[in-house]
Design a protein. Structure first.
Length: 148
């Protein structure tokens, strides 16, 4: 292997070496090379210093609190709940109307009415299956308590 290829290979192994992610053979090859190569030894020192700096870095808190505050200001939850209530109410009203119309006329539906009824019944079944699935998965959802 040429010296340039060796430098590239060791350069790729420095970060895993610092994180103790290398096999014993790989770690030994890094150590042997670094003992003879000041350039790679300097790269190891810089990477170690960078790792220590990032490990001790303190990030400002408050992003979650700011998002919660913004959510409350924009009232994101209220329109969402209202939307679900409207969809549920609309479905219920349509079902009541359709049953009333069917009982009032007691006739076979036209082709247009049948297609519209089948389409709407499919929509309702799909909607209810999604709601049911969400309700079944909710207790096992590992991320339900995770905030943004």
């Amino acid at each position: 292997m040429s010296p340039a290829e060796t430098h590239r290979q060791i350069d790729r192994l420095i970060s895993p070496y610092i994180d103790n992610e290398l096999t014993q053979e790989e770690a030994q090859s890094v150590e042997i090379h670094i003992a003879d190569c000041p350039q790679c030894a300097e790269a190891l020192r810089e990477m170690t210093a960078l790792r220590e700096m990032t490990a001790t870095a303190v990030f400002p808190a408050g992003a979650d609190e700011r998002l919660d505050e913004l959510e409350q200001k924009l009232s994101v939850q209220a329109p969402r709940r209202a939307g679900w209530v409207m969809i549920g109410s609309g479905v219920a009203a349509w079902v009541v109307w359709a049953l009333g119309a069917a009982l009032r006329d007691l006739r076979l539906p036209t082709a247009q009415e049948a297609v519209a009824g089948i389409f709407f019944a499919g929509f309702v079944m799909l909607f209810l299956s999604v709601v049911r699935q969400r309700m079944l998965e909710y207790p096992q959802d590992r991320y339900r308590r995770v905030k943004r």
